[in-house]
Every structure is written in structure tokens, then in C-alpha cells.
Design a protein around this ligand. Structure first.
Ligand SMILES: Cc1ncc(C[n+]2csc(CCOP(=O)(O)OP(=O)(O)O)c2C)c(N)n1
Length: 412
């Protein structure tokens, strides 16, 4: 098609009109950005410290955050206040050396026990200091929503990023600067019994998880094993739907440098594999991706990045043939449930081995899974370890486990 003024000789030599930058690009970014650190003023620090000092039942809640509160500042604040810490898996504070170093409990099992009658009898917290976004855990969000207490939300962007709108005070300041300023004085007026209640609930929860997982091969047990067996350091990318919920409830805090990443938000399960492999290409840590079968299927093209971006990964593929999460909806006995909600596909993912030059292995039990996982995280290349489950059975195990924890907590 003839184009008016088209030059048959191609792009003229002087196309840039003498502008070197147009030809060679700039040296450096177009805009240089310098970020400041918002520090809370003295009056605010005094005011918050007064509230923390007066608290008998205080809590620190670390929600999902990228480059949020650091472990060092958390340690300082938790030591100064004596408040138990509830650490979301996406807060970057569920795992790390502070877990063993701190005298206060760093809790990771709260999703499994906060809704129980026993916890209700402990009474509401009187002060909560929150960092990051709204927690992944629905029981924790509801606990915070229902608690009649002062809630300080530290949010450097002032975005009021919470789902339940329960904060009473928004502190628009840097998380570390705020925690460090508050920790400048000892504020520990917390009742020892409050700390012990959380410590005991954690013991009961993790004992129940260990016992159940020793007896039963189930989805939650896989997440528990992944958190326990991941090498130190490691980057764990956990898909939406049940994997992140199971990591939240069954990923036990430990002294290991585990960076847990997720992709929760408007894009849903779109691009899980691509995001995980992108994260893997930006770190020297071993990369583990835990994904459901629909998420794996949805972004199978993303596996091309394994070769293109030279990433090695351990992919734990939890195949329950469809969206297992939908069993949690009250429509799981409706005639449309299978076709329109669970959407089983019956796909065999083994051919992704040849397509994307990876190693695919289907394991049959927990022992095999643990062995293959431990080998894979040390091995070169990418291994997809498929574990197959019936989603309904795994939900029944989750329910039984929560009941067992509630019963034990209710006993002496
Ligand atoms: C792009 C996109 N489409 C649809 C959804 C709705 N959705 C939420 S969870 C889910 C099921 C995911 O299934 P799977 O990855 O197998 O995990 P499981 O539910 O079995 O844990 C779906 C389809 C979504 N989040 N994102």
C-alpha cells in the first residue's frame, strides 16, 4: 500500500534531527525520584505510647506488605510492649530469626482458632497496632472488626487499606520509624495471662496440625510441609484460592529467611505462574511455587519464562480437578455447582513436561512428596510435583482440625 511521503530509501540518516538522546537513549531515568521517610511527630508518639502503656491485652498485627515493617523494628516494638504478634504469611514477618528470638509469641495459627468460643472468653484486645494491609485471614479480620478497642493502623501511604474499616487511628508514617519511635520506652503493661493464652493456642493448633498431617495426606498438610521443608533462604510464591489460605493457617512460623509472595487482588488467578517466575528471576533464592490446578492451567503459557528467563523452580501443583475453594460456598449442593463453579477439567498436566522442558512427577503420598520436594529444592532445573486430592475431603480435614483445636482449647 503506498504511503504518502514514504521514503523508498528507508529511514533517513538524519531522522533524529541531531538529538543524540533520541538515538542512543538517556543515561539514567527520565525522572529522578527521591523518597522521604515520614516520621510521626512527638505528640503522636506520646499519645500512642500512652495507649500502649495502658493496655492489658495488646496485639501487634502484621498484615500483607511489600517492604513494610522490618523484622528488627518488629522485634523492638514487640519487646517494648510485650504484645503477641500475629504475622500474616504475606507480611514478610511470619518467618525469620525474630520468631525464636522474641519472648512474645509470634503467632501463625490464629486463622484456625480466633473464631472459637474459648478465644471469645479471653475478652477483646484493648489496643491493636496494625501494619500492612488487611490480613489474609478472614477470622482475624472479623476478630478485629468485632473487637471493641483502639486500633492504630500504620500506613505510610495514608491509603486506609483495610477491608473492614475498623481502625480508630490512622498513623500516616513509615512503619519502621513509627515502631522504633514507639519502642523508645518500655511500655509493657500486658497481662502475662494474655500472652500465655496466645502461646497456648499456638501450641494446641500446631500440635493438631502435626498430628493430623502425620495421619492424613491432605491439601493443608502439603502447605504445612512446604513451609517446614523450604530451604533457608527461599522465595515461596503461593497462589490464590486455597494455597494462600492454607499457608496462612498451616504454615508454622520458623527461624528461616522465607520470602512469601502472593498475587491477591483484582487479577485473581491470572498470571500466577508468570509472576512467580518473574520473582524467581530477580532472586538467587531457590523458588517454590505452590499453585492449584486451575491457576496452573490458566497461566500455562507463563511456563515459557522458565527457559526465557533462566529460572529454576519447584512447582507444587495441587490438583483437585477444579476450584476446590468453591466447596466453601453455600451452593456446593446446587445442580450448577460442578459445571459453573468447581469447573472440573480432567486434564493430564504431564505433557507440560515436554512442552516446557521441565520434569513432571506425580506423587502418591506424603512420604513421596517430602522426598521429592527436598530433592527438587536442591536440584537444578524445574520440577513440577503434582499432588492429587479430593477437595471435599481436604475441606473435611480442615473442619475437623479446627473443631479439635476448639475442643482442646475449651478443656483445661
Ligand atoms: C482470572 C480469574 N478468573 C476467575 C477467578 C475466580 N476464582 C477464584 S478462585 C478460583 C479457583 C482456583 O482454582 P485452583 O487454582 O485449582 O485452586 P483451588 O480452588 O483448588 O485451591 C477461581 C476460578 C479468579 N480469581 N481469577
Amino acid at each position: 500500500t503506498p504511503v504518502p511521503d514514504d521514503d523508498p530509501a528507508g529511514v533517513p540518516d538524519d531522522w533524529a534531527g541531531g538529538d543524540d538522546a533520541a538515538e542512543t537513549g538517556r543515561d539514567g531515568p527520565f525522572v529522578t525520584t527521591s523518597e522521604g521517610v515520614a516520621v510521626p511527630d512527638e505528640g503522636t508518639v506520646d499519645r500512642v505510647q500512652d495507649a500502649l502503656r495502658a493496655a492489658e491485652r495488646g496485639l501487634i498485627v502484621a498484615g500483607p506488605a511489600d517492604q513494610g515493617l522490618s523484622a528488627d523494628s518488629l522485634e523492638r516494638l514487640a519487646s517494648a510492649t510485650g504484645f503477641p504478634v500475629l504475622a500474616d504469611p504475606l507480611s514478610d514477618l511470619r518467618f525469620g530469626p525474630h520468631v525464636d528470638r522474641l519472648d512474645v509469641p509470634v503467632c501463625g495459627g490464629y486463622d484456625g482458632y480466633l473464631g472459637s468460643d474459648s478465644v471469645e472468653q479471653w475478652g477483646d484486645p484493648d489496643v491493636v497496632v496494625r501494619f500492612g494491609a488487611s490480613p489474609t485471614s478472614k477470622p482475624l479480620r472479623q476478630y478485629l472488626r468485632d473487637a471493641d478497642c483502639r486500633q492504630f493502623l500504620v500506613d505510610p501511604t495514608g491509603g486506609w487499606s483495610e477491608a473492614e474499616f475498623t481502625a480508630t487511628d490512622l498513623l500516616v508514617a513509615d512503619p519502621d520509624a513509627t515502631a522504633d519511635a514507639l519502642a523508645g520506652e518500655t511500655l509493657d503493661g500486658v497481662a502475662a495471662s494474655w500472652r500465655e493464652q496466645f502461646a497456648r493456642a499456638e501450641r494446641v493448633h500446631w500440635d493438631a496440625v502435626d498430628d493430623t498431617t502425620a495421619e492424613t495426606y491432605w491439601e493443608g498438610g502439603v502447605l504445612s510441609d512446604v513451609a517446614a521443608l523450604a530451604p533457608d533462604p527461599a522465595t515461596l510464591f503461593v497462589s490464590n484460592s486455597m494455597p494462600i489460605r492454607d499457608m496462612d493457617r498451616f504454615g508454622r512460623p520458623r527461624d528461616a529467611d522465607l520470602t512469601v509472595l502472593g498475587n491477591r487482588g483484582a487479577s485473581g488467578i491470572d498470571g500466577i505462574t508468570s509472576t512467580a517466575l518473574g520473582a524467581g528471576s530477580a532472586t538467587a533464592d531457590p523458588l517454590v511455587l505452590v499453585t492449584g490446578d486451575l491457576a496452573y492451567y490458566h497461566d500455562m503459557n507463563g511456563l515459557l519464562a522458565l527457559g526465557r528467563c533462566a529460572v529454576d523452580a519447584t512447582v507444587v501443583l495441587i490438583n483437585n480437578d477444579g476450584g476446590g475453594i468453591f466447596h466453601m460456598l453455600p451452593i456446593d449442593d446446587h445442580p450448577t455447582f460442578e459445571d459453573q463453579f468447581r469447573t472440573p477439567h480432567g486434564l493430564d498436566f504431564e505433557p507440560t513436561e515436554a512442552l516446557y522442558s521441565l520434569e513432571f512427577e506425580r506423587v502418591a503420598d506424603r512420604r513421596q512428596f517430602r522426598e521429592r520436594f527436598a530433592e527438587s529444592v536442591r536440584a537444578d532445573g524445574t520440577q513440577v510435583i503434582e499432588v492429587q486430592f479430593d477437595a471435599g475431603d481436604s475441606h473435611a480435614v480442615r473442619d475437623r482440625l479446627a473443631e479439635q483445636v476448639a475442643e482442646t482449647l475449651a478443656g483445661d
